[in-house]
Ligand binder design. Structure first.
Ligand code: HEM
Length: 391
């Protein structure tokens, strides 16, 4: 539940860095911060009145034991915005506000409106109390402070809501797994009692194939929701061992032919190390290789993996090409949606899991028909030189 969302400190620091708040900004605002902070109580009252006048937020407030408390909470926040200058404890407070708003089921759009109210309140104070020559500089810093708050609160909101959704998904996958296993076991037992190749035997065979597909789907759903459980931990990842490990897992998974029979890995040594989460890369390449192998020409299965420069100097590109039929360009987008598969027994989760893993690691993934036939999957990943951005 939301209370279990810890603030992702590194990501918050990264967001603050991107807003561009620096020592010069704090110096600009230092002589004037009491002018703003001394109006904290007034801000709290104004904020409460503003949101009591909106039906949707008034409803949220009236559900609270003491709606007036919001005036005190927001007054305290406004004072701290100027007196604490994005201290670690202020950042945690901002993060907690996002968690609290999720618990209250408060629409994030109203929270953003709250920041707009705060901005206008500050502009009024500046117009009334700041010398004209100082106004533009101080308001520019206040804009950055409020932008930083919006980013932290939005980050917290998104993290907590998607975590709730994923707990439900993981819970359902877990609850469905037991009955599916029991059904599979019982059908196998019944099938053993039936005459081989009789109508009943074939019917059991069909049920068992669907049951195995359900089991695989539950595994993939669990892997998909698992990806949201923790932040990626990027590190320098040599890709060749990861690709080989992923291909090895494929043979354990469904008795596919050994990778030596269909897989050629020819990485360019200058573009063979990504900066990404190792476990997520293994999962991503597992699904990409599985997809490529299963869709390749059964008469001549070939999957070729090469690497080269990426679309930007701090990225590399891994290309995975198979033999076989080219994907229909009109169908490609739907293949990235969960539960959509071009194979009758596919789970429809391979590409969504791979694309999610690439995105979480600041990379990208696309699929297209290969010029010589077959499918070409392009994976762009940050390189270790891009370390600051990926953390
Ligand atoms: C500028 C935008 C906003 C900021 C900075 C903000 C900040 C906060 C903070 C710091 C808390 C305390 C979190 C905690 O429990 O640790 C809080 C709680 C709360 N917020 Fe907001 N908030 C904003 C917008 C709103 C809006 C638009 C509403 C509209 C209903 C709202 C309703 C509440 C309520 C009801 C609580 C719980 C208060 C309590 O503990 O009784 N907030 N908010």
């Amino acid at each position: 539940m939301p209370q279990t969302c810890p603030p992702p400190r590194r990501r918050l620091e990264y967001l603050l860095e991107k807003v561009g708040l620096g020592p010069d900004d704090y110096q600009t605002i230092a002589p004037h911060k009491e002018l703003f902070a001394s109006r904290a109580e007034e801000f709290g009252r104004y904020f409460l009145e503003f949101f009591l006048a909106i039906d949707a937020t008034s409803l949220v407030l009236r559900r609270q034991s003491d709606p007036q408390r919001l005036a005190a909470v927001l007054g305290h926040w406004f004072g701290a915005l100027f007196r604490q200058a994005m201290s670690p404890s202020f950042l945690v407070e901002m993060w907690q506000s996002g968690v609290r708003h999720v618990e209250l089921n408060l629409d994030q759009r109203y929270v953003n409106l709250g920041y707009s109210v705060a901005r206008q309140f500050c502009q009024r104070i500046a117009a009334e109390g700041l010398p004209p020559g100082a106004r533009a500089g101080v308001l520019a810093v206040i804009d950055k402070l409020l932008d930083a708050c919006v980013l932290v609160a939005t980050d917290s909101f998104i993290t907590c809501t998607s975590r709730c959704d994923n707990q439900v998904i993981a819970g359902i996958a877990h609850q469905v797994r037991n009955p599916v296993t029991i059904i599979g076991g019982n059908i196998s037992r019944l099938q053993r009692q039936a005459q081989r190749d009789s109508g009943a035997w074939r019917a059991f065979e069909t049920v068992l194939a669907e049951n195995r597909r359900l089991e695989r789907m539950l595994g993939d759903i669990a892997a998909y929701s698992e990806l949201y459980r923790a932040e990626p931990r990027p590190e320098a990842c040599p890709l060749e061992p990861i690709l080989r490990q992923a291909a090895g897992r494929l043979t354990e998974h469904d008795q596919s032919p050994r990778p030596e029979q269909w897989l050629a890995i020819e990485l360019d040594p200058a573009h063979a190390v990504a900066f990404a989460d190792r476990a997520e890369m293994t999962l991503m390449f597992f699904h990409l290789l599985e997809n490529a192998a299963q869709a390749s020409d059964p008469a001549e299965p070939i999957v070729r993996v090469v690497s080269g420069p990426g679309p930007r100097p701090d990225f590399l590109r891994v290309s995975i090409q198979n033999s076989g039929k080219s994907p229909d360009p009109a169908q490609i987008d739907t293949l990235f949606q969960p539960f959509t598969s071009s194979r009758p027994m596919g789970t429809g989760f391979g590409l969504p899991i791979a694309a999610l893993a690439a995105r979480r690691n600041l990379g990208g993934l696309s699929l297209q028909p290969a010029p010589q036939g077959g499918a070409l999957c392009l994976v762009d990943l940050p390189t270790p030189e891009d370390r600051a951005m990926a953390q």
